[in-house]
Design a protein around this ligand. Structure first.
Ligand SMILES: Nc1ncnc2c1ncn2[C@@H]1O[C@H](COP(=O)(O)OP(=O)(O)O)[C@@H](O)[C@H]1O
Ligand SMILES: Cc1cn([C@H]2C[C@H](O)[C@@H](COP(=O)(O)O)O2)c(=O)[nH]c1=O
Ligand SMILES: [Zn+2]
Length: 193
């Protein structure tokens, strides 16, 4: 019993690739196996806090909204779970070193950590925290959505709007998963306009 101690499991990939679904499924399985679990989600906008992680196909997991790793540390010190899930890890506030230190601390204390997060932003640049965490994983899963243009495995989340800020919260109205070839074609078209 309780063989998973201090393991780092990462679900990454583009939007719609199933990162959150896999996080939810892992948490569900750990719960069934008798582990004490808890899930967190970063809040970028403190005015809209909700206590649910919702997948694109509307599966729901209860989660605690947090701003940064310090809030997670505080909670874990009191609650003492076996397994911790963090969705949208790329949106945790604070510098990368501090987040890494926090997560390494959980692992060193025997807590299993399941992370879901985007590997790249809309322009194909890595999200720094995910880039740093990936080599540390015990289990690293790169998931693929279906490219909406050609039906092959998608690689990146293409932004359909003209917004240039790195963080623009949205779903299928604002983003579409594309393979590398279709992404480069879209980018060329956009530059010609
Ligand atoms: N182009 C697509 N490719 C794959 N899944 C898609 C696509 N568009 C919508 N979906 C839906 O998205 C679900 C995955 O949602 P979710 O786990 O929230 O993904 P992620 O967290 O990676 O954004 C799939 O099970 C599917 O129902
Ligand atoms: C690519 C990209 C995405 N976002 C936002 C859009 C969504 O709100 C989340 C990703 O959610 P998912 O569970 O992975 O579908 O991130 C962003 O702000 N900037 C980007 O470049
Ligand atoms: Zn394609």
């Amino acid at each position: 019993m309780h063989q998973y101690k201090g393991k780092l499991i990462i679900h990454t990939g583009s939007m719609f690739s199933g990162k959150t679904s896999n996080l939810e499924n892992d948490i569900k399985r750990f719960k069934i196996a008798g582990y004490k679990t808890v899930a967190f989600k970063p809040i970028l906008d403190t005015r809209h806090t909700t206590s649910e992680i919702v997948t694109h196909d509307k599966a729901i997991l209860e989660a605690i909204p947090v701003k940064d790793i310090d809030e997670i540390i505080k909670y874990l010190n009191e609650y003492k779970p076996d397994v911790v899930g963090i969705d949208e890890v790329q949106f945790l506030d604070g510098d990368v070193e501090k987040i890494l230190e926090g997560i390494n601390g959980f692992l060193a204390n025997g807590i299993t950590v399941i992370l879901a997060g985007l590997d790249m932003d809309f322009s194909g640049h890595p999200f720094e925290i995910v880039k740093e965490l990936m080599p540390l994983a015990d289990y690293l899963y790169k998931h693929h959505a279906v490219c909406v243009k050609c039906g092959t495995d998608a690689w990146v989340s293409h932004r359909k709007t003209k917004e240039t800020a790195r963080v623009v919260i949205g779903a299928s109205k604002e983003y579409e998963p594309l393979c590398r070839k279709c992404f480069l074609e879209e980018r060329e078209k956009e530059q010609e306009k």
